[in-house]
Ligand binder design. Sequence first.
Ligand code: GLY
Length: 312
Amino acid sequence: MHTNSHLNPVIIASENGRGGAVAAMELLRRGGSAIDAAELAARITEDDPEEHSVGFSGLPNLLGQVELDASLMNGRTLETGAVAGVQEYGNVISLARAVMEELPHVLLVGRGAERFAGEMGQKPADQRTFASLDYWRTRFTETGVELTGAELRHIVTRLTQPLHLEDRVPHGTVNYLVRDTHGDLASAVSTSGHAWKYPGRVGDSPIIGAGNYCDNRYGAVACTGSGELAIRVSTARSLILYLKMGMSLDAAGLECLAEIVQLNPRVGQYMNIVAMTPDGQHAGFSTVPGKHYLYYTGEMTEPVLGERVTNG
Ligand code: GLY
């Protein structure tokens, strides 16, 4: 149930979320809901052709296909929707929302998700751009990799190690955590996943409890980075549970980082977390020093970078 309170709206995002945060804040200032603002913000990042880790122009998998994952969660109702491994449809965050609102399910993958996108009126379109394909061609031409045959598993193990990627190849995900003027929370996560991933690989972004979780009573959490790590220790839901059990935001985030480090991640694997409590406290965490996140509250004129707390 909504209260009549008029709270300061808050948006927390990964560092690549500036454009989406600005548009979402405009919506919140006009009284828009957290879930609408979170979806809008993610759509803007998905549509950005310069953003090669999310949506349109995302970096492809080993076979040169863009496969997209997304999820969103309503903190008031704990309803959630997610899609994974979607080809040929760009705004997967809206598809995730449609799963939440139109189906008795929470997660659709691959062909079923694409069929549902068509039923929801979305038009199929190639999500690859010259730039994103160029990264792929350059990468595979330089390494002389044979793209077919039994070596695929060996190749993916080698090429998904970030230390083997060129510096100019971006990889990431976008996170948005939103509080609206009623105090409702929502979270949205969208990604093209790990560049050069094995076809069908799904990371943490569409796995509720791993890369995304949101509950009005305790807070909202989302992750970027090596999704396999967040899946293995259920990072997003764990952080919320630590808040529920009375930990401070910083203590809860550091506990999640410690759990990830205890996995002995492979060289180059890392995890970033953003978190917000219902009273608008926020923090970013990373296993890598020097990382940032964005925050933007109703009385600010633009999003600002905050430093992520690290244990690295
Ligand atoms: N964190 C995004 C992914 O691993 O796919």
